[in-house]
Design a protein around this ligand. Structure first.
Ligand code: ATP
Ligand code: MG
Length: 279
């Protein structure tokens, strides 16, 4: 049974997609079976992994037409890393979901059948609190909240934790904030250090790992590769590797993950034809 994690923050450009893709790839390299669900019509996670979404398949069809999500899953160039790609057509789902039955639970139902096939499912959320994000939060066991160490971070986190509390009360009592993640961190500035301190005081579930600003992380998506493939020795890759270790540790404490070797050798890139979905 997998653990399902929504990577969310309604503030735009805080590193949600970078975290979903880089963390997903780091967990896959450790030998875990990882599925990324691209729940953002911008389709950034899809293109960052060098995958092309199809309008007739993908999350839209699963949410609106209740097509089995399994049909949309594609293996990426990284072994153990699969994706449900998306296209901008998913924006239509945000509108069309308004009138469907059980509109908040479509994602949960779509993912349910895939749960046994993966160890970790990561959902990349759009920068809004619309129905796509609500669906992701209703489907998730946990949330990871990337924040930039800037002045408005605390205010934004306050709003978001109230939203999570509301989702918990009304839709998903199990939902836990697994961690706040400081991203694009520049340790040379006093502001970053001050914001970090304040975030840690208000949100004890903040990850020890901090993601530094890294040019290589910003470059990787334009090559359609996760940082593990693009430049595995960069500071960005190392930071996400450390985050993967910390997350594994947190999940294993709660027996939510099978045992994995602490530093399993880098998995070879598997040709798509040799790897069955979820195998
Ligand atoms: P959106 O809200 O639009 O979905 P997001 O929260 O998913 O955005 P990203 O797309 O991951 O944010 O990041 C925003 C921009 O910052 C991207 O251009 C990305 O490449 C860059 N970026 C993310 N993390 C880092 C980092 N640690 N160092 C340098 N650049 C980064
Ligand atoms: Mg994004």
């Amino acid at each position: 049974m997998s653990v399902c994690i929504a990577v969310t923050n309604p503030t735009g450009g805080v590193g949600k997609t970078t975290t979903t893709v880089s963390l997903g790839a780091s967990l896959a390299v450790r030998g875990l079976r990882v599925l990324i669900v691209d729940a953002d019509p911008q389709a950034n996670a899809t293109s960052a992994l060098g995958v092309k979404g199809r309008d007739e398949a993908g999350l839209y069809a699963a949410l609106i037409e209740e097509e089995p999500l399994e049909r949309s899953v594609e293996l990426t160039a990284t072994a153990n890393l699969w994706i449900v790609p998306t296209t901008p057509a998913l924006a239509g789902a945000e509108v069309e979901l308004v009138t469907v039955m059980a509109r908040e639970f479509r994602m949960k139902r779509a993912i349910e059948t895939l749960r046994t096939q993966y160890d970790v499912i990561l959902m990349d959320c759009p920068p809004s609190l619309g129905l796509l994000t609500v669906n992701a939060l209703a489907a998730a066991d946990e949330v990871i909240i990337p924040v930039q160490a800037e002045y408005f971070a605390i205010e934004g986190l306050g709003h978001l934790s109230k939203t999570v509390e509301m989702i918990r009360r009304n839709l998903n009592p199990q939902l836990a904030i697994r961690g706040v993640l400081l991203t694009m961190y520049d340790s040379r500035t006093n502001l970053a250090r001050e914001v970090e301190q304040e975030v840690r005081t208000h949100f004890p579930a903040t990850f020890r790992t901090v993601i530094p600003r890294s040019v290589r992380l910003a470059e990787a998506p334009s090559h359609g590769e996760p940082i593990t493939a693009y430049d595995s020795s960069s500071t960005g890759a190392k930071a996400y590797e450390e985050l993967a270790n910390e997350l594994i540790e947190r999940l294993r404490e709660r027996e939510l993950l099978p045992a994995v070797a602490p530093m399993r050798a880098r998995a070879a890139v598997a040709p798509a034809s040799e790897v069955a979905h979820g195998a």
